[in-house]
Structure formats: C-alpha cells, structure tokens
Design a protein around this ligand. Structure first.
Ligand SMILES: Cc1cc2nc3c(=O)[nH]c(=O)nc-3n(C[C@H](O)[C@H](O)[C@H](O)COP(=O)(O)O)c2cc1C
Length: 174
C-alpha cells in the first residue's frame, strides 16, 4: 500500500472482536513506536503492554469519558515519557503513539488513542495518578496516552481527499 493510502485508511476504531492479537503483529506495532523520531534522538518513551483482562478493565477506569473500549480491547499500550531527559517528551511520545496507531491499522488491527495527559480518572484522581499507582510507574515518567488495540471484523471507511480542509493551508503569510 502506498503511504498516502495508509494515511487515508487509518481510522480510530473503538469496537473489537474477542481474541488475542498475534504476537508478530503486536511486535511490529511496538517496533513502529520504537522507530519514531524524537528531539535530539533521545527517545524518552517507555511502552507498558497490558493484556491481562482485569487490568484492562481497571485501565478503563483511568479516564472519565471515552475509554470504555479498553474493556473490549485485547491489549493496551500505555505510553509514558521521561520528563527529566527532555522537554520534548510530549511531542516525542505523541509521534510514537501515531506511528503505532498507523502500523496497527496497516496490519488490519483496530486501535484508538485515549488521551490521558491532563485528564481525570473515574475516582477523581488524575489519570496519571491512577495509572502511576496501578502500573508502578516511577515519578520521573509522565503519562502521555493509551493506545487501545483489538481485533476487528470490519474497518470503517477510509478518509477521502474530498473531506480534507484545504483552506487550512496558508501560503507565505497566515
Ligand atoms: C490527541 C488525541 C487524543 C484523542 N483522545 C481520544 C480519546 O480520549 N478517546 C477517544 O475515543 N478517541 C480519542 N482520539 C481519537 C479522535 O477522536 C479521532 O482521531 C478523531 O475523531 C478522528 O477520527 P479518525 O481517527 O477515525 O480519523 C484522540 C485522538 C488524538 C489525536
């Protein structure tokens, strides 16, 4: 598939079929994250792979709003960044999230970005406090986001260029 086709095809998918993600596919998703660009090539990210069903249900409690897809997901990749290494940890971890999200779609898996930075858990703590305790994350690591991952029986329609907001492009000045 051409890169533009991969970009158009990528969608957020929140409904999953039961079953495990084949190990080789999960490894490729994680590799896509590890090969992401980062400021000064510091790669401040760490990825915590969660596949235990009760842990996934507990992770769904880490966010008010739209995180219930974690209860159906086969796997979650929790992305944290070391804020002591670099002031671009948010950007770096975002790029790793996008690379993994794109690779998942390319491999026919469903995935969705679950925002966790500056968000709250259902128990009133921040999502970061909740997940830090649950997953034993050291203090110098900050929580970026969770990528939910699962098997899908059907893929939503790809994006088309007809829906692209070309008026967002400015030339020479705003
Ligand atoms: C930074 C960011 C945060 C997001 N947070 C959530 C979220 O917390 N829950 C969710 O269901 N989707 C989340 N999404 C997915 C967006 O809702 C989705 O990308 C958008 O609606 C466009 O749909 P598409 O991904 O299918 O093109 C997030 C996406 C991004 C890039």
């Amino acid at each position: 598939m051409e890169l533009m086709d991969v970009i158009k095809r990528r969608r957020s998918i929140r409904n999953y079929d039961p079953g495990n993600i084949p190990k080789e596919k999960l490894d490729r998703v994680l590799m896509a994250g590890l090969l992401s660009p980062s400021g000064r090539n510091i790669k401040p990210w760490e990825f915590i792979v969660v596949e235990d069903r009760s842990a996934l249900a507990n992770l769904a409690e880490a966010r008010t709003g739209n995180a219930d897809m974690l209860k159906q997901a086969s796997c979650a990749i929790v992305v944290v960044g070391n804020q002591e290494l670099t002031d671009t940890w948010v950007e770096d971890c975002s790029l790793a999230m996008l690379n993994m999200h794109m690779m998942a779609d390319y491999l026919g898996l469903g995935s969705c970005w679950i925002q966790c930075r500056m968000r709250y858990a259902k128990d009133g703590r921040t999502s970061e406090e909740y997940i830090r305790e649950m997953l034993k994350i050291p203090e110098n690591y900050r929580l970026e986001a969770i990528l939910s991952l699962g098997l899908i029986s059907s893929h939503p329609r790809p994006h088309t260029e007809a829906h692209a907001r070309v008026d967002k492009i400015h030339r020479e000045t705003f």
